[in-house]
Design a protein around this ligand. Structure first.
Ligand code: ZN
Length: 481
C-alpha cells in the first residue's frame, strides 16, 4: 500500500459454538446432513412456538468473554433484529444489541515481535441463519434451514487494526483461545469461524476516519489478508481519482482476486431492533462468574511458562508446542510415558513437523499412541536404534498408523543396533575386501575415504550397527593392513 496512507480496520468475527443442540431448541448443531433434516418448528420460526435458551450457550459465552478480558454483563438480554431474507424463516434474528453478554475487553496480538492490544467493543450471543443453495444449472434457489438457530458468538472489535498481518494474528489468537476453551472448532472452511472486515483508508496524520466498506464471510485467513490489501489499494485509487468511497458491502472473490459491490450497507436503525419479548433477561451473579473463571483452562501463555519451568524447554520451543492444544497435550502425554522431555520436544518440533509438512497433514489428522512414540524416542536417544532408521519408522507411524508395537516391529525388522562385534567385523572385512581402491586411497593418505567405507558397512548391515562403532572398528582394521 502507498506509504502516505494507512488502513483502519475493525472486525466482526462470528464463531459457531460446538454445543450439542441449537440455541433455542433441541435440534442438533452437527455440520452437514441432508437439507432440512436438522430442524423443528422452533428453529423454522413457526407461529406459536417459543424459544428456550440453551444454558450451555450462556456458559460458553461467559467463558469466551472472560478469555477476551471483557466485563461480563450481569443483566443481559436478547433483542430482535428484523430483516427479511429467504434463509431466515422467522424474518427476524434473535440477537443482542442493547445489553450484550460481554463488553470492553481486549486481545493481545504479536506481529513480528511487536505486542499490541486490540480492544473488543462487545461480544454478543445470537442465532445463525440458514443457507441458500443456488442451483448451477437452473435458475433456482433452495433454502436449507439446518443451520437456523445454531448458536453464534459475534465479537466486535474496535477499529484498531492497521495491517492485514495484525488481522491475521488476531484471528489466529481468537481461534487459539476458543479451541483451548473447547467451545468451538473455529474451522473457517466449514464456516464455524467467519470474519466481516470493515475497512477505510486515510492519509497518515489525518484524524478523520474515511468512509468504510464491509467485506463479508471470507473463508480463510490468507484470503482475508488478500482481500484487505486489495480493498485498501482500491479505496486509495478511488480517492486519488477524485471520487469518493461509497459505504457498501462488497463481495470478495478470492479466485479472481477482486471484489464487487453487493448492496449499500445497512445501519442499526434499518433493522428496527426491539427487546425480544419471548425470552426474559438473564441475571448472572458474581458467584457464577467466579465459578466459570475457576473452570477456565490453562491458556497458551501460562502453559508456555509452565513448559519452560517444568520441562526445562527453551522459550522458543515451548512457544511452538503450545500453539495447538492437542499437540501440547500429546507432548505432555508422551513425556509422562517416560520419554526425555527435551528429546520429545525436539522430535515433535523437528522430525514430526517436517514429516507432517511433507505429507500435508495436520496434527488433528494424526492418530498415534504416545506409549509407542515414547518407546521409539527412547530407543533412538539411547543409541539402541540408529537415528535414520528411527525417523523412517516415525514416518511410517505418522503416515500409516499401522505399527501397534514399536519394539516388536524394530525387532522383526532387525533394526536394533547389534552388539555382536563378531558380526560387525565380518561385514567390515568383506567391505575392505570388495573396495580395494578406496582402501588404497585411504592408506595413501586420503583420510576422507573412510566415510565411504563406513557408509558401505552401514548399508550392508541394514542400519543395525552404530555408526560410531563402525568407524572405530574400521579404523582399527585399516591400521592392521
Ligand atoms: Zn429446532
Amino acid at each position: 500500500m502507498n506509504r502516505e496512507w494507512e488502513m483502519i480496520i475493525g472486525l466482526e468475527v462470528h464463531v459457531e459454538l460446538s454445543t450439542k443442540s441449537k440455541i433455542f431448541c433441541s435440534c442438533t448443531t452437527e455440520f452437514g446432513g441432508a437439507p432440512n433434516t436438522h430442524c423443528c418448528p422452533v428453529c423454522m420460526g413457526m407461529p406459536g412456538t417459543l424459544p428456550v435458551l440453551n444454558k450451555e450457550v450462556l456458559n460458553s459465552a461467559i467463558k469466551a468473554g472472560l478469555a477476551l478480558n471483557c466485563v461480563i454483563e450481569k443483566e443481559t438480554r436478547f433483542d430482535r433484529k428484523n430483516y427479511f431474507y429467504p434463509d431466515l424463516p422467522k424474518a427476524y434474528q434473535i440477537s443482542q444489541l442493547y445489553r450484550p453478554i460481554a463488553h470492553d475487553g481486549y486481545v493481545e496480538i504479536n506481529v513480528d515481535g511487536q505486542v499490541k492490544k486490540i480492544r473488543i467493543h462487545e461480544m454478543h450471543m445470537e442465532e445463525d441463519a440458514g443457507k441458500l443453495i443456488h442451483s448451477e444449472f437452473e435458475n433456482e434457489t433452495y433454502p436449507d434451514y439446518n443451520r437456523c438457530g445454531v448458536p453464534l458468538l459475534e465479537i466486535v472489535s474496535e477499529p484498531d487494526f492497521r495491517s492485514a498481518a495484525e488481522v491475521a494474528a488476531y484471528l489466529d489468537k481468537i481461534r487459539a483461545l476458543f479451541t483451548y476453551l473447547e467451545i468451538s472448532d473455529c474451522k473457517m472452511q466449514e464456516g464455524s469461524m467467519r470474519a466481516d472486515v470493515n475497512l477505510s483508508v486515510r492519509r497518515i496524520g489525518e484524524e478523520k476516519l474515511g468512509t468504510r466498506t464491509e467485506m463479508k464471510n471470507i473463508n480463510s485467513i490468507k484470503a482475508i489478508e488478500r482481500a484487505i490489501e486489495s480493498e485498501a489499494d482500491r479505496q486509495v485509487a478511488v480517492i486519488l481519482g477524485g471520487d469518493r468511497v461509497r459505504q457498501e458491502t462488497r463481495h470478495w472473490n478470492d479466485d479472481k482476486r477482486s471484489s464487487y459491490a453487493m448492496r449499500s450497507k445497512e445501519n442499526a436503525q434499518d433493522y428496527r431492533y426491539f427487546p425480544e419479548p419471548d425470552i426474559p433477561p438473564m441475571l448472572i451473579s458474581d458467584e457464577e462468574i467466579e465459578a466459570v473463571k475457576k473452570s477456565l483452562p490453562e491458556f497458551m501463555g501460562e502453559k508456555k511458562e509452565r513448559f519452560v519451568s517444568q520441562y526445562g524447554l527453551s522459550d522458543y520451543d515451548a512457544g511452538l508446542l503450545v500453539q495447538n492444544k492437542k499437540e501440547a497435550d500429546f507432548y505432555e502425554e508422551t513425556v509422562s510415558k517416560g520419554a526425555d522431555s527435551k528429546a520429545v520436544a525436539n522430535w515433535l518440533i523437528g522430525y514430526f513437523s517436517r514429516i507432517m509438512k511433507d505429507n500435508i497433514l495436520e496434527f488433528e489428522d494424526i492418530v498415534m499412541s504416545s506409549d509407542e512414540l515414547a518407546k521409539l524416542i527412547g530407543f533412538v536417544e539411547s543409541g539402541k536404534v540408529n537415528r535414520k532408521e528411527g525417523i523412517d519408522v516415525l514416518e511410517m507411524m505418522i503416515k500409516e498408523n499401522n505399527i501397534e508395537d514399536v519394539e516388536k516391529y524394530l525387532d522383526e525388522k532387525g533394526l536394533f543396533v547389534s552388539n555382536d562385534n563378531g558380526e560387525l567385523l565380518k561385514v567390515i572385512t568383506e567391505v575392505i575386501k570388495e573396495n580395494t581402491k578406496a582402501v588404497e586411497e585411504y592408506l595413501g593418505g586420503k583420510e576422507k575415504t573412510i566415510g565411504f567405507l563406513v557408509g558401505q558397512v552401514m548399508r550392508n548391515g541394514k542400519g543395525k550397527f552404530s555408526p560410531a562403532l563402525v568407524k572405530d572398528m574400521m579404523e582399527q582394521e585399516l591400521k592392521k593392513l
